[in-house]
Ligand binder design. Structure first.
Ligand SMILES: C[S@@+](CC[C@H](N)C(=O)[O-])C[C@H]1O[C@@H](n2cnc3c(N)ncnc32)[C@H](O)[C@@H]1O
Ligand SMILES: O=c1cc(-c2ccc(O)cc2)oc2c(O)c(O)ccc12
Length: 334
């Protein structure tokens, strides 16, 4: 083989490996689902230190014949960064928790297991089998193509899934509020007397904000089936110095987003230029952020476009929305 042929063969095999990785990406999600269902992170956590394969087999109470299967599952999950391989008792190989799997431990303040479970569930995953059909068809969303009704109507008609979706959003809020109350973002909420959390789900974000800033009277606005039967806290009422939209605009196209922002701009103008809009959402920043983070945002973008006519936006797309709505300035805290 000459050098050109050698290069050609190398590219051929690299292309094949790249395609095969994409083709089997769903096996990574399903392996994660399996690890959650088996409770592997919880087992390692209660074990108190990294766990060997044989200890894991006995803690899982599975047949010894499944040992190699478990070894291969853990090898993949270690490779993708979900768990890590370390040594115990001098030389014995063992599995430990990483930043990702620590978030799978149940009964910890930040647990994303229910979130992962919802979004890898067949009712969320199955529609994507029909993605090309949706491109060729006329329905507004893939969700409607497959389920026959809009995303929010589906949630209304399926209380159990609605509850799991709302709990997933609440877990996201717990993590987000921990950033907000500890970081420079804190100043955004300081001095506010009242806040309306629009599309605030089951009120988790507002509950944590009202605890961290007792001076803020929070009001949660959401759809009737979401806010029904929610408990009320003293300064958490189910109207404001600020209007908060957390993960709301990414579910909306520009036309609907602009309508809401224009209303807010008019309200601020008629209130003597007092008040502000706080948006907690995704900003695509491909030039400056890590490749993997951008990829995660692009995955969210596909999900928003097919589930709910929404989109993830770059800073210039956000800026256009704000200026088109009549706002003169904005500040982004990444
Ligand atoms: C992605 S969730 C975000 C929930 C919450 N802000 C959070 O970040 O945890 C979007 C929320 O918007 C609510 N929503 C959708 N359409 C709405 C409408 N027309 N009026 C009020 N809320 C709505 C949904 O019920 C859902 O709770
Ligand atoms: O289908 C979704 C999913 C989300 C979502 C998932 C996970 C997160 O950590 C945050 C958000 O958000 C949605 C949304 O805001 C919407 O309007 C429609 C659908 C979805």
């Amino acid at each position: 083989m000459d050098a050109n042929q050698d290069q050609g063969a190398k590219e051929l095999f690299q292309g094949q490996a790249q395609l095969y990785k994409l083709m089997f990406n769903h096996l990574s999600s399903m392996s994660l689902k399996c690890a959650i269902e088996l409770g592997i992170a919880d087992i390692i956590h209660s074990h108190g230190r990294a766990i060997t394969l044989s200890e894991l087999v006995s803690a899982l109470d599975i047949q010894p014949t499944k040992t190699t299967g478990l070894f291969r599952l853990m090898r993949l999950l270690v490779h993708s960064g979900c768990f890590k391989k370390t040594k115990v008792n001098g030389q014995e190989e063992a599995y430990g928790l990483t930043a990702a799997s620590t978030l799978l431990i149940k009964d910890k303040p930040y647990c994303l297991s229910p979130t992962v479970s919802v979004f890898v569930d067949p009712f969320f995953v199955a529609p994507f089998q029909s993605l090309s059909g949706w491109f060729k068809g006329t329905e507004l969303t893939l969700w409607e193509t497959v389920h026959g009704i809009s995303f929010w109507e589906f949630m209304n008609q399926n209380p159990a899934i609605n509850q799991r979706f709302n709990e997933a959003m609440a877990s996201d809020s717990e993590i987000m509020t921990s950033f907000v109350v500890k970081s420079e973002c804190k100043q955004i909420f300081e001095g506010l007397g009242s806040l309306v959390d629009v599309g605030g789900g089951n009120g988790s974000f507002s509950r944590i904000i009202s605890e961290a800033f007792p001076g803020i009277k929070c009001t949660v606005l959401d759809l009737p089936h979401v806010v029904a039967n929610l408990p009320e806290a003293d300064n958490l009422k189910y109207i404001a110095d600020a209007f908060l939209f957390k993960l709301v605009f990414h579910g909306l196209g520009d036309e609907d987003g602009l309508k809401i922002l224009k209303k807010r701009r008019e309200a601020i103008a008629s209130n003597g230029e007092r008040g502000k809009v706080i948006i907690i959402d995704i900003v695509i920043n491909a030039e400056e952020e890590e490749h993997e983070l951008t990829e995660t945002k692009f995955l969210f973008d596909i999900m928003m476009s097919v589930n709910a006519t929404g989109k993830e936006r770059t800073e210039s797309e956000w800026a256009k929305l704000f200026f088109d709505a009549g706002f003169s300035h904005y500040k982004i805290h990444y």
